[in-house]
Design a protein around this ligand. Structure first.
Ligand code: 5BU
Length: 480
């Protein structure tokens, strides 16, 4: 005799709710399992069972309201609302551009208790966004009930925001039921559990602050040590970058803007020990060949730095995918990081992500530029931040000239750094490393001609590295 939960999970499996394969989650994370509860709207009886199980799992006996988190939470909340005779609210994903412009539909009064209903949690950010809106309207939001907790940190994140979340089932329990009933092999089940175990460091971002999984503190990027930031991000390359910066005591990226492979490789060999990143403009080379990048990759491994191609992709997803993987340079093959513009919207990121085939890769959004008259307005910066938050598994951070984010997961890269000059004849503008880090909020300084055209590039690199790291240490140790 199957329990109600067992029967429900087997039924959900049979209608295709649980899928195994290679999926990209909302955050950009690649997952070997996808739980797609949306299709239960085609199976009313099963939807009723799901709603019953969720209602039975609720943390408190009574609530004055229920609110489904869009979209899959909505039909489930509707079933609970009508069955239990509890009024319901709907939180829109976006305000309407006409009429009342309300974000929340339905009648309510200050202080009413409201239970949030959601299908699945990964990081918990969708539940949090809804809670944040409802709390702004003075509703009493303490609890959420979800059908599946993917066990990737969402429940803890929500707890740190004072939201108690209970789930009908967890990934571990669901897999063991599916295994027992022959719906999944031991091998696949093990690989999913392994994936879940190694991807628990999700975090959520609210409008005003960032919730980190370090205690319940709200962290400001500029005040956080690199060590403490490692556990805030689920982007594997960002973690690696933090590790390299700590190990080498370097927040220096050299812009190796030279025209021959020999010059590029010589710079990489000599400066390698002092940098965390080497930035290229690969299309400047007059003699590019596959060997150039093979040798560069070897030097990156030898000296422990990442390769950062400043490609500034700027087209629709399909085009950038072709540019990233194809053409002369096959950039995805050798560049750990690439830059891109936010102008096309987040399809550009989806396009890049479609090329990685599981390789650890990341991108950096150009949100501001160092040149005079740059058209990167505040509105544009905000748009870039939104794209980054929605694609946190792929976005490493921003190129900018100011502290565009307080979020410790994202890295701020600042070009236009040099000691001796204020600028060049073509619009470039410079700050010193100290100003870039202490005043403009840089995590990483990008230095080109200040090093490559110095009489002794190695000595110059050492000076930029030491001053840069000293300024970082000073910034994190400074009291507010
Ligand atoms: P410089 O020689 O230190 O001026 O070189 C700066 C490098 O950073 C160079 O490769 C530029 O293409 C790059 N850069 C920049 O200078 N300003 C920006 O806003 C961005 C990139 Br984005």
């Amino acid at each position: 005799m199957l329990t109600k939960l067992e029967q429900c999970i087997v039924d959900l499996y049979n209608i295709g709710v649980v899928k195994f394969g290679d999926f990209t989650l909302k955050s950009g994370m690649q997952s070997p399992i996808y739980f797609d509860l949306r299709i239960i709207i085609s199976y009313p009886k099963l939807m009723e069972t799901v709603a019953e199980l969720m209602w039975e799992a609720r943390p408190c006996k009574e609530y004055e309201l229920v609110c489904g988190v869009a979209y899959t939470g909505l039909p489930i909340a509707t079933v609970i609302s009508t069955k239990q005779d509890i009024p319901m609210l709907i939180r829109r994903k976006e305000t309407k551009g006409y009429g009342t412009k309300k974000l929340v539909e339905g009648n309510f009064t200050d202080g009413q208790t409201c239970l949030m209903i959601e299908d699945v949690i990964v990081s918990g950010s969708s539940v949090y966004e809804t809670a944040e809106t409802l709390r702004e309207l003075e509703l009493d939001i303490k609890d959420a009930v979800v059908f599946l907790d993917r066990e990737q940190g969402g429940a803890g994140n929500l707890r740190s925001m004072d939201i108690n979340v209970v789930s009908v089932t967890s990934m571990t329990e669901m897999l063991s039921i599916l295994l027992k009933h022959g719906c999944v092999t031991q091998e696949i089940s093990d690989s999913v559990l392994e994936f879940v175990k190694s991807n628990t460091a999700t975090s959520i971002v609210s409008k005003n602050k960032t919730a980190c999984n370090i205690g319940t503190d709200v962290m400001d990027r500029k005040k956080c040590s690199l060590e403490s930031r490692m556990s805030t991000t689920s982007q594997p390359l960002t973690k690696r970058l933090f590790e390299i910066m700590v190990a080498k005591k370097s927040n220096l990226c050299v812009a190796a803007d030279v025209t021959t492979s020999e010059e590029l490789l010589t710079l990489a060999e000599k400066l390698g020990p002092h940098i965390c990143l080497l930035k290229t403009h690969i299309d400047i080379l007059t003699d590019f060949s596959k060997d150039t990048v093979e040798n560069l990759k070897n030097l990156a491994a030898k000296h422990n730095f990442l390769i950062f191609e400043d490609r500034k992709f700027g087209d629709i997803g399909n085009t950038v995918a072709n540019q990233y993987i194809g053409g002369t340079y096959n950039i995805v093959d050798w560049a750990d990081l690439v830059t891109l513009h936010g102008l096309p919207g987040d399809g550009i990121i989806k396009g890049l992500m479609s090329c990685t085939s599981g390789r650890p890769r990341g991108c950096v959004l150009v949100s501001q530029m160092s040149s005079t008259g740059a058209l990167t307005t505040q509105e544009y910066v905000s748009g870039c931040k939104k794209i980054a938050e929605q694609n946190q598994y792929f976005v490493v951070g921003f190129v900018s000239q100011s502290s565009v984010t307080d979020d410790p997961r994202f890295v701020v890269f600042t070009p236009g750094v040099q000691y001796n000059k204020k600028g060049d004849d073509l619009g470039q503008q410079y700050n010193t490393p100290r100003v870039a880090i202490m005043e403009k909020g840089a995590d990483i300084i990008i230095v080109g001609r200040g090093i490559t055209q110095a009489e002794d590039p190695v000595a110059a690199a050492v000076r930029y590295k030491e001053d840069g790291f000293k300024a970082y240490l000073e910034r994190v140790s400074e009291q507010n």
